[in-house]
Design a protein around this ligand. Structure first.
Ligand code: G3D
Ligand code: MG
Length: 200
C-alpha cells in the first residue's frame, strides 16, 4: 500500500556502498519506535524505557538482492513536550519512519495530526515516509485499511511518497519489508532530484 514505488529494479543498485542514510523514527509515545530500533540492531526483543531525548544507532541492514545498506537511525521521544524537537531531527533527513500503535484508536487522530504537521513542513517536502502500523500481533489491532483511513494517508502532500507497512516490532515481522520500500523510495527520489538538477 502506498505511492511512488515503481521501476524498482533499475534503481536498486544506485547508492554507493560507503554512503549511509539518515532516517528519523517518529510517532507518538508508546507506539513502539525504540522497539523497532533495537529489533533492527540486535535482531531480538529489547525491553524499552520511555525515551526522554533520543537514541541514535548506525545499523547495517541486509535488504533484498543481498544488498547491505547502512542506516543512521534517530529515534526521537514521542511525548507531547518532546514533539517540537522533531523538526530539528528531520532537517536534511533521507527518510522518515512514522510508527503508529494499531490498537490505540483513541490517539489515532493525534497521530494523524502530528504526521501531517511534520510532512507539511517545507524542508520535508518530498521526503519519503514509511508508516509502520505496529502491534499487529494484538487481537484488537486495526486493519491496514482502517489505519490508512484514520491517518488520512491519501491526503498527505502529493509530493510525499509513502508506504504503509503492517508490523510487529517485538518479533520483527514486517520491519525489513518496510525498510526495503523506504530504501526504494529514497533512491527514486535521489534519481529524480539528480535529473531535475541536470535539466537546470
Ligand atoms: P516508543 O519508543 O514509541 O515510546 P516503545 O515505544 O518501543 O518503548 O514501546 C512501548 C511499548 O509497546 C513497550 O511495552 C513495547 O514492548 C510495546 N511494543 C512495541 N512493539 C510492539 C508490538 O509489535 N507488539 C506488542 N504487543 N507490543 C509492542 P511496555 O510494556 O514496556 O510499555
Ligand atoms: Mg522510545
Amino acid at each position: 500500500m502506498g505511492n511512488g514505488l515503481s521501476d524498482q529494479n533499475s534503481i536498486l543498485s544506485s547508492l554507493p556502498s560507503f554512503q549511509s542514510l539518515h532516517i528519523v523514527i517518529l510517532g507518538l509515545d508508546c507506539a513502539g519506535k525504540t522497539t523497532v530500533l533495537y529489533r533492527l540492531q540486535f535482531n531480538e526483543f529489547v525491553n524499552t524505557v520511555p525515551t526522554k531525548g533520543f537514541n541514535a544507532e548506525r545499523i547495517r541492514v541486509t535488504l533484498g538482492h543481498s544488498k547491505t545498506v547502512t542506516f543512521h537511525f534517530w529515534d526521537v521521544g514521542g511525548q507531547e513536550k518532546l514533539r517540537p524537537l522533531w523538526k530539528s531531527y528531520t532537517r536534511c533527513t533521507d527518510g522518515i519512519i512514522y510508527v503508529v500503535d494499531s490498537v490505540d484508536l483513541e490517539r489515532m487522530e493525534e497521530a494523524k495530526t502530528e504526521l501531517h504537521k511534520i510532512t507539511r513542513m517545507s524542508e520535508n517536502q518530498g521526503v519519503p515516509v514509511l508508516v509502520i502500523a505496529n502491534k499487529q500481533d494484538l487481537r484488537n489491532s486495526l486493519s491496514l485499511s482502517e489505519v490508512e483511513k484514520l491517518l488520512a494517508l491519501n491526503e498527505l502532500c502529493c509530493t510525499t511518497p509513502w508506504h504503509l507497512q503492517p508490523a510487529c516490532a517485538i518479533i520483527g515481522e514486517g520491519l525489513k519489508e518496510g525498510l526495503e520500500k523506504l530504501y526504494e523510495m529514497i533512491l527514486k527520489r535521489r534519481k529524480m532530484l539528480r535529473q531535475q538538477k541536470r535539466k537546470r
